[in-house]
Write a protein that binds this ligand. Structure first.
Ligand code: TRP
Ligand code: ZN
Length: 898
């Protein structure tokens, strides 16, 4: 591999224990925007389990070293350098005090200590603590922290850090202080402080064992009216973790703080979670149903980290999925339980479908490109580039498979053992697997391959029915197909795949399941087959009629299933499968197949036509009032353009767009009356409700509106959308109406109604940054046309006074929306999208490498596109490679070009 020559590659195989340990940390901050002084007093000792080192090597970045003392005496043998501080010939056990300065006002990377909106915030994961003070900034060095904050009382009236408040008071010269103590040992990446003009929504609740807890959601004063939902989500999270996993909040106080400049979604700092405002602030006027759901999920996610991540943390960053995969699984289960409890399978399936859609569109794509890596990577250049779909989403699927194999109770036993063994420790993915295995009396050696092998497994299925013997055999074969080179070299052998299956009879009902060798049929009509060899045959006996197989029910493993269903069989499954996930899946298979055929035709200029049976299958779902609105909305939504393009031998975004638009128009025109009826029937008059039912109605109604906007004559749709825009009492309906107006207008190069609504939207929400983000995003993702390509609108918006490249949410709302969520426009044949992309990656690289590297990834699949596009992409990648400075972006573009 090319990277063996590069000295900057960090390898899992090179893990060694730290030469020193740090037991306690006392931090003192004098907070001043352009020159903050940090004094750090540590108890340091040699690690008895590590080999001897005379010198102590501490990490540090962008720090100005002031001085060091050892056991109270000035220490002359301290040398600051580009990567940190070296202290020569230190004692075995000593107190070390270091003083250094940093410049939060100039810190645009949003890693370490920075200023946003005049307030101070920190972000330390993964390696930001070293930008605050010199330290052994690695997660296997765990210490207890006390933190003293000093600052101007008028400018920074609120001073927060991890844990419990010990004391606070005034100082001379208009300054004040606060002292915080976190009683739990933690790695440095969980350190946090916040200082500024903030207010909190507060609530006191009793935890399971009856202890009173103070909960706070801190925001800027004008946002206090948007904190209720985050608070409710926090309370629900606390209850859920007690009920489902017996895990209680371990601090007297739990704080969430919202900040508008933030690189990711949120951060689980001990007792002081810091959130992107996008995942905190919501009221019906400003936030959509999706926003409400995302807030619940992210609040849950960060809260659940308190046990899975904080109490038990990662030994090293290769183990990242130990906390992230597990915590995503927990937040997915939390959301499903909130929507449907433990038993409402249809309501739970909605969440499952949404999660699988993300996995297949984003993680499968990652696995097919140059960034493909196992859930537990073997190497990295920049760890920030490995907060990926694979680590998070595939990691969650891997955790889910334990639960599928052992059941909810078996999974819970494994979790209990994991905490019993490892509370307070920094551990590995292997430790987690061993706990699950031991608690369930199983050998899970083979299961380790889910952590070490990259690429998306394929399972092909062949079935045979023997009517005379009443036997039905299912032959499963596993492999990886044509994997990306990055993935291929990790693939060593077959996986243990929990393969859930049901058999469906002629009447649409599940048949009883009895495997060969069993004395009777099992109670459940879904069986989880443990598929562990390259090829394996499972035979069902006493099968009275030839069944239709329902494969990989509830998506029981993150694999691609290959089976030759006929269109009629898929329509039958869509109408009857008792597994709601597979019902949806049948519709998606049907649509995907049709759309790919059409895209192939569009690519070669052959006229398009759509089979009537597909229209009929959609019509049945549309008019089936026994199905929940949210399920119908999911089933009627076509696979995304990005997903479809990824399925082609050579990705052709223009052809995919043409095919998908053709089908949307055809479904709109053929079923116009039905769409209109659904639109009327699922209105939600009266006060806004954030319940799953109400949001299901809105989702289906707004999908109907989007189809109506495709009609050859959209006049009626434009009237409806304009009226909906004007009268909406919530953002879900208002944004959907605006989007429908924009798309209806695209065919005519714009419309008065669309422009008026856009202008109104801006004026109405000028003071709400998160809504203005939507205003940018809606325009960046709109459909284009020959007269006015979207790139022109995007370039114009770059000069809008509200645009700001330094704010990640704003940069994402315009630049990422265009480059990653509008494929047909971004991949314009003239290469204009790629030139724009290169300019923005280069500009962002100088401001915020983490954000720049995310944007850089939107061209990583360039080799999979049609030759006409490939060249333009390569040119753009080469331009970026020759100009960027950060390790973050370099790793991405160099891997893409290798
Ligand atoms: N650990 C955080 C989470 O998943 C995410 C995170 C990692 C992060 N690195 C970050 C957030 C940098 C902000 C900035 O919950
Ligand atoms: Zn996380």
């Amino acid at each position: 591999m090319a990277d063996t020559a590069t000295p900057n590659v960090i390898r899992r195989a090179d893990y060694a224990q730290p030469a020193f340990l740090i037991d306690t940390v006392a931090l003192e901050f004098d907070l001043v925007p352009d020159r903050t002084v940090v004094r750090n007093t540590m108890r340091v000792r040699r690690n008895p389990d590590a080999s001897h080192a005379a010198n102590l090597e501490l990490m540090g970045e962008q720090l100005e070293f002031v001085g060091a003392t050892v056991d109270g005496a000035p220490f002359a043998n301290a040398h600051a350098h580009e990567h940190g501080l070296t202290l020569d010939n230190v004692p075995d056990n000593f107190e070390l005090t270091l003083t250094s300065n940093c410049n939060p006002a100039e810190n645009t990377t949003l890693s370490g200590l920075y200023v946003s909106g005049g307030n101070f915030f920190t972000q330390c994961e993964a390696e930001g603590f070293r930008r605050i003070t010199y330290f052994l900034d690695r997660p296997d060095v765990m210490a207890t922290y006390t933190v003293t904050l000093r600052a101007s009382k008028t400018d920074y009236p609120v001073l927060l850090s991890n844990g419990n408040l010990l004391e606070a008071g005034d100082l001379p010269d208009g300054r004040h202080f606060a002292r915080w103590e976190d009683p739990f040992r933690k790695p440095s990446y969980l350190f946090a402080l916040v200082a500024g003009k903030l207010v909190a929504l507060e609530e006191r609740v009793k935890s399971g064992s009856g202890k009173e807890k103070l909960l706070q959601v801190w925001v800027e004063p004008h946002d206090l009216d948007k904190t209720r939902h985050a608070m409710d989500s926090l309370i629900n999270s606390i209850r859920w973790d007690e009920g489902r996993f017996g895990l209680e909040l371990d601090l007297d106080r739990f704080m969430i703080v919202a900040v508008s400049d933030f690189n990711m979604g949120a951060m689980e700092n001990k007792g002081l979670n810091i959130f992107n405002t996008k995942y905190v602030l919501a009221n019906p006027e400003t936030a959509t149903d999706t926003d409400f759901a995302n807030i619940e999920a992210v609040v849950g996610h960060e809260y659940f980290h308190n046990w899975t991540g904080n109490r038990v943390t990662c030994r090293d960053w290769f183990q990242l999925s130990l906390k992230e995969g597990l915590t995503v699984f927990r937040d997915q289960e939390f959301s499903a339980d909130m929507a449907g409890g433990a038993t409402d399978e249809a309501a739970r399936a909605t969440k499952r479908i949404e999660d699988v859609r993300v996995l297949r569109q984003m993680q499968f794509a990652e696995d097919a490109g140059p960034m493909a890596h196992p859930v537990r990577p073997e190497s990295y250049v920049e760890i920030n580039n490995f907060y990926t779909m694979t680590v998070y989403e595939k990691g969650s699927e891997v955790v889910r498979m334990y639960q599928t194999l052992f059941g909810r109770d078996g999974f819970r036993k494994g979790m209990d053992l994991y905490f019993k063994r490892h509370d307070g420790q920094a551990v590995t993915c292997d430790d987690f697997r061993h706990a699950l295995a031991d608690a369930n009396g199983r050998d899970l050696a083979q299961f380790e391959r889910w952590y070490s092998q990259a690429g998306t497994p394929r399972v092909s299925v062949r079935t045979k029915y023997d009517a005379a013997q009443q036997r039905y055999s299912v032959r499963l074969t596993q492999g990886y197909g044509e994997a990306a080179p990055a993935a291929r070299e990790t693939q060593k052998g077959p996986l243990l795949i929990p393969f859930a299956i049901g058999l469906i009879g002629n009447d649409g009902r599940d048949l009883p399941l009895q495997l060969e060798g069993e004395t009777r049929a099992s109670d459940s009509t879904t069986r989880v087959l443990e598929f562990a060899q390259t090829e394996q045959t499972f035979t069902f006996v006493n099968v009275a009629q030839e069944p239709l197989p329902s494969l990989l029910r509830n998506f029981s493993a993150p694999v691609i299933v290959e089976y030759d269903y006929s269109a009629d069989q898929l329509a039958f499954l869509l109408a009857h499968d008792s597994d709601p996930f597979n019902r949806w899946e049948a519709g998606q298979r049907l649509a995907t197949r049709e759309l790919l055929t059409l895209a192939g035709r569009a690519a070669t200029g052959v006229p398009l036509q759509l089979d009537d049976s597909v229209v009929a299958a959609f019509a049945r779902v549309l008019t089936d009032e026994t199905l929940s609105p949210s399920f119908r909305e999911l089933a009627l939504m076509l696979p995304s353009e990005a997903y479809l393009a990824e399925q082609m031998a050579e990705s052709n975004p223009a052809a995919v767009h043409a095919a998908r638009q053709f089908v949307r128009k055809r479904l709109a025109n053929a079923l116009g009356k039905d769409w209109l009826a659904v639109y009327d029937k699922h209105r939600t008059p009266g006060a806004y409700e954030a319940t799953p039912e109400a949001s299901g109605h809105r989702a289906l109604k707004n999908l109907a509106l989007s189809y109506l906007a495709e009609l050859d004559d959209p006049a009626e749709a434009v009237r409806l959308a304009s009226a909906q825009y004007d009268t909406a009492n919530n953002m879900t309906d208002r944004a959907a109406a605006l989007s429908a107006l924009l798309n209806a207008a695209a065919a005519n190069g714009g419309s008065v109604e669309a422009q008026q609504a856009l202008d109104d939207f801006y004026r109405r929400f000028e003071k709400e940054p998160l809504v203005i983000d939507k205003w940018f995003a809606l325009q960046a993702t709109q459909r284009g046309n020959a007269q006015r390509p979207v790139i022109e609108t995007v370039r114009k918006l770059m000069a809008h006074p509200a645009f700001n490249l330094k704010n990640p949410n704003r940069a994402r709302s315009l630049i990422f929306s265009f480059c990653a969520a509008n494929p047909a426009q971004f991949h314009a044949e003239d290469g204009s999208g790629y030139a724009y992309w290169a300019d923005q990656v280069i500009a962002l690289d100088a401001i915020n490498p983490q954000v720049a590297a995310r944007l850089a990834r939107s061209l990583e699949l360039w080799r999979r596109f049609t030759p006409a596009l490939r060249e333009g992409m390569r040119t753009a990648l080469e331009k970026v490679a020759s100009q960027v400075k950060s390790r973050d972006v370099r790793e991405i573009v160099e891997k893409a070009l290798a």
